[in-house]
Design a protein around this ligand. Structure first.
Ligand code: AMP
Ligand code: TRP
Length: 329
């Protein structure tokens, strides 16, 4: 039993895809047996770009049901919705006053999402501070995430160390990011030089956990490869084939070297057809469980209980921080 506090979150901005699953959610499940885990649906992060209210509500419940469908167990992990615990927003303000505009300007996600426009929402700029608040509010030791969050985790650590230096070394627990060896960065199927993302316009760029077989087949069979015709793991020169091998390996638990041997001399079509079967079979039990729980009262009960338990952990941490800063009476 390592019994560390683990915290992570996923935005309810669309359906969870294979990148989220292999980079983040698989770690969430693996960690819950031996640690004290808290998994959040970060709805306040998702309003950094405009959301349709009805769609947002549905996506919150979709992500919550998918958390449970991939194997999170509410007996072992706390599962809750960020906006239900007001401490996230409160701590976020305190951290805002202890971060620098310079360090926020260097965040690559902000740079790519705001594209230098004056009309970029301020929330996009301060987004990493809210993420730092999520993590620090629970005295978190470990944050399982995909590689794309590395810079945000480093910023969270910098802020925690800065505050500790000024207000006392035990103000915040300084967390560590944890990344998968394989699956930390799943690439888009249509353009394997970009990461798979919920917001890309082309539906065929990703496989969502709720996609049916027809969609899965179409997206994989159309996936961009190369003209070299050998099945070899070489992310630099063969990003498309390497990405398919990574997905195959991560879903089946097979080392990529073994897959290279298995598909030695085979055509790209053979690899793709076999991958369609692997993906479809891996997602079927997740989809069954999702359908059982998504519209059940059980789901709402789990989330209500989760926010109560999360709130009880957050409250004394927030009080401690406010006290260090001299806030309140
Ligand atoms: P998001 O969809 O941005 O809320 O991401 C939720 C989690 O999935 C985070 O831990 C991300 O780092 C992870 N993630 C998102 N996209 C990918 C990807 N293409 N490959 C691996 N992990 C990813
Ligand atoms: N920023 C993360 C992402 O886009 C989501 C997130 C918000 C998160 N708060 C967090 C992840 C706290 C880990 C811990 O993927």
């Amino acid at each position: 039993m390592s019994d560390k506090r683990v915290f992570s979150g996923v935005q309810p901005t669309g359906n969870i895809h294979l990148g989220n699953y292999l980079g983040a959610l698989k770690q969430f499940v693996a960690l819950q047996d031996e640690n004290d885990c808290i998994y959040c649906i970060v709805d306040m992060h998702s309003i950094t770009v405009p959301q349709d209210p009805e769609e947002l509500k549905n996506h919150i419940l979709d992500v919550a049901a998918l958390y449970l469908a991939v194997g999170l167990d509410p007996e072992k992990s706390i599962v809750f919705v960020q906006s239900e615990v007001s401490g996230h927003a409160e701590l976020s303000w305190i951290l805002t006053c202890n971060s620098y505009t310079g360090e926020l300007s260097r965040m690559t996600q902000f740079k790519s999402k705001s594209r230098g426009q004056e009309s970029a929402p301020t929330g996009l700029f301060t987004y990493p501070i809210l993420m730092a608040a999520d993590i620090l509010l629970y005295d978190t030791d470990i944050v399982p995430v995909g590689n794309d969050q590395k810079q945000h985790i480093e910023l969270c650590r910098d802020i925690a160390l800065r505050v500790n230096h000024k207000y006392g070394e035990d103000t915040f627990v300084v967390p560590e990011g944890q990344y998968m060896k394989e699956g930390a960065r799943i690439m888009a199927l249509d353009d394997p030089t970009n990461k798979m993302s919920k917001s890309a316009e082309n539906e065929m760029s990703r496989i969502s956990l709720l996609d049916d077989e027809k969609k899965i087949k179409k997206a994989i069979m159309r996936a961009t490869t190369d003209s070299d015709m050998t099945i070899r793991f070489d992310p630099e020169n063969k990003p498309g084939i390497s990405n398919l091998l990574t997905i195959y390996g991560a879903l089946t638990g097979t080392p990529v070297a073994e897959l290279e041997t298995k598909f030695d001399g085979a055509g790209y079509g053979d690899l793709k057809k076999s991958l369609v079967t692997v993906v479809t079979e891996s997602l079927a039990p997740i989809q069954d469980r999702f359908n059982q729980i998504r519209y059940s009262d059980e789901l709402l009960d789990i989330l209500r209980d989760g926010s109560k338990r999360a709130g009880e952990i957050a409250e004394p941490v927030l009080e401690r921080v406010k006290d260090r800063f001299g806030l309140g009476i």
